[in-house]
Design a protein around this ligand. Structure first.
Ligand SMILES: Nc1ncnc2c1ncn2[C@@H]1O[C@H](COP(=O)(O)OP(=O)(O)OP(=O)(O)O)[C@@H](O)[C@H]1O
Ligand SMILES: [Mg+2]
Length: 556
């Protein structure tokens, strides 16, 4: 083990090349060590962002754009990562985000710790497949423990939903306003929830999130309807239309330009007049179509010609141009209107309805509000705040809050946080490991120890002593204090229920699933074969695995 050998063979003393020259190959222990190191380096980068005392990261991309965030997924997304095992950690965060919307940092830290513990076991001579087996059993046991300690809640019980939302934002830049934002998130999610059988289904795409610089975060509002970052195109159009009948158009309200260079010979001034009149007639006909349908508001995905704007204004019709495709779709859903591709086919039955469409000045810009929609389930959140970077981070935090509320409404079970559930799972795993045969026992015990990284990191980020913290937490959990966790503000161990720190069971479950999946996938690899096209520079000692596969000499 550990020696590298390329994919080559010998026939009668003549070497046969199988891989292109310049290809790299690492096998056995070296491959494992490299992959584990790369994956763990990634986790180191997000560790200090965990929890309310976690720090933010400033990420600068190649064009100089700056992002400030403490969101695990965003940090990893913005890093230019090339190492394949490191990329798998980015995938962990992505999966976590896609499935439950929060807990991305935790999932990555957990995966890394599972790999660290696995490496210790490998060094002691435990085979990776045994570790994988033990980890998989331990993960099942951990999930079972979570189910056992879970606190059932009412899916529409606002009190706990708000606490869960507030906890998700406690670790973000917006923490100061978490109560107010939690309230908005809960109202928003509950208004788009659809009852299906015994439970609820929620599509977060039904909640439109817009942001606008200016004012402050406290001015963030929930809007019963939609809001577009667009103004009414023509000053002569009404800025406020009650009982709006809305046409949603995909095509442009312009005369199509010829797609190839066409030359038209004009021989007399009358001909110019003829052409212009012809164009004007076509535009007029378009407007007539809209008027005939009975619409008094138009949302167009493409452009609206100046002259068309003028005709529409004369007819008292309000219009917005170049709306985003997604927004047009949302408008369709909210107003009950049908998106029309060809104006020829527009009829009254295609129109959507809203109680009020109004252009309002927000900050320095104008936005269009669509309220009192046919579908009462459509809502929007308009986030306000000092500058763009702050707004972007606020939007990510609102996304986390909306996600955790959705998680609980869909699966109405919660746990107290602050590392308490992880300690409880670790405790259960200590007992469970005893029941496993041979070396799997070691793996299951390691899995439990790895879970302790969550309270440990929360404590470390709050400047607490890790050894004391862990000992006391273990003792308390052994005594049956299952919600003992880290109060990062007071620097003490407390019953997290008293601090009202609550998280969805769905998020905790997913962190275990995604972390175990990634760790076992990496552990199963014992051969890395890289094509010659990939450059294979060495990994800087202790540095970021920027490229290549860990300093292996190219072989063939
Ligand atoms: N007041 C608090 N005291 C102690 N721990 C807290 C408190 N509020 C939140 N936490 C804990 O902080 C952790 C979540 O931190 P954070 O939101 O930074 O990471 P994440 O949810 O794993 O990832 P991300 O939010 O970046 O997707 C959870 O373990 C949660 O229980
Ligand atoms: Mg979080």
């Amino acid at each position: 083990m550990g020696r590298n050998s390329g994919l080559s063979a010998q026939t009668g003393g003549v070497p046969v090349l199988i891989l292109r020259e310049g290809s790299g190959r690492t096998r056995g222990r070296d491959a494992q060590r490299n992959n584990i190191m790369a994956a763990r380096t990634i986790a180191e980068a997000v560790k200090s962002a965990l929890g309310p005392k976690g720090m933010d990261k400033m990420l600068v991309d190649s064009s100089g754009d700056v992002t400030i965030t403490s969101d695990g997924r965003t940090i990893l997304d913005k890093m230019d990562i090339e190492h394949p095992a490191a990329k798998m950690m980015v995938e962990v965060a992505k999966t976590q985000d896609a499935e439950v919307g929060d807990g991305t940092t935790t999932a990555v830290i957990l995966a890394s710790e599972l790999l660290g513990k696995a490496e210790d076991l490998i060094n002691k001579g435990v085979h990776p497949t045994v570790i994988v087996e033990g980890y998989s059993k331990a993960a099942d046991k951990a999930l079972e423990t979570l189910e056992k300690i879970a606190i059932p809640v009412k899916p529409s019980g606002k009190e706990f939903l708000k606490k869960v939302a507030a906890t998700s934002m406690a670790s973000k830049l917006v923490a100061e306003n978490k109560e107010q934002l939690a309230e908005i998130a809960v109202e928003a999610v509950l208004s788009v929830a659809r009852k299906v059988g015994e439970g609820y289904l929620i599509d977060l795409d039904d909640i439109m999130v817009e942001k606008k610089p200016g004012e402050s975060l406290t001015e963030t509002k929930l809007i019963e309807g939609l809001v577009l970052d667009k103004e009414v195109v023509h000053s002569g159009m009404p800025k406020r239309v009650e009982k709006a009948k809305i046409a949603l158009l995909e095509s442009a309200l312009e005369v199509k330009k010829t797609e190839f260079d066409a030359k038209i010979n004009i021989e007399s001034p009358e001909q110019i007049g003829y052409f212009l009149r012809e164009e004007e007639n076509m535009l007029k006909q378009m407007v007539e179509k809209i008027v005939a349908s009975g619409a008094n508001v138009v949302f167009c995905q493409k452009g609206i010609d100046d002259m068309t704007q003028h005709f529409l204004a004369r007819k008292g019709i309000s219009a917005v141009q170049r709306a985003k495709e997604l927004d047009i779709e949302k408008l369709g859903k909210a107003t009950g209107g049908k998106v029309v591709t060809n104006l020829e086919g527009l009829s009254e039955s295609d129109l959507g309805f809203a109680g009020l469409v109004e252009e309002r000045k927000i900050g320095d810009d104008k936005m269009t509000f669509i309220e009192g929609c046919k579908n009462p389930r459509s809502v929007a959140i308009l986030i306000r705040g000092a500058d763009k970077r702050f707004l972007d981070e606020a939007e990510r935090s609102v996304h986390d809050a909306l996600s955790v509320v959705r998680d609980v409404v869909q699966e109405p079970k919660i746990v107290a946080g602050g590392g308490a559930p992880e300690m409880e799972m670790a405790r259960a795993l200590r007992g469970y490991a005893e029941t496993l045969p041979g070396r799997e026992q070691l793996a299951a015990r390691s899995f439990g120890e790895a879970m302790e990284i969550v309270p440990l990191t929360l404590g470390e980020n709050a400047g607490l002593d890790p050894v004391d913290l862990l000992l006391e937490l273990r003792t308390r959990h052994e005594k049956g204090e299952k919600w003992s966790g880290v109060d990062v503000f007071e620097g003490k161990i407390k019953d997290m229920r008293n601090l009202e720190v609550y998280e969805p069971v769905a998020v905790k479950k997913q962190t275990i699933k995604s972390a175990t999946e990634a760790a076992t996938m990496i552990l199963r690899i014992d051969d890395v074969i890289a094509s010659g096209k990939m450059k294979a520079p060495s990994m800087p000692p202790g540095g970021m695995p920027g490229g290549g596969y860990g300093g292996m000499p190219p072989e063939y």
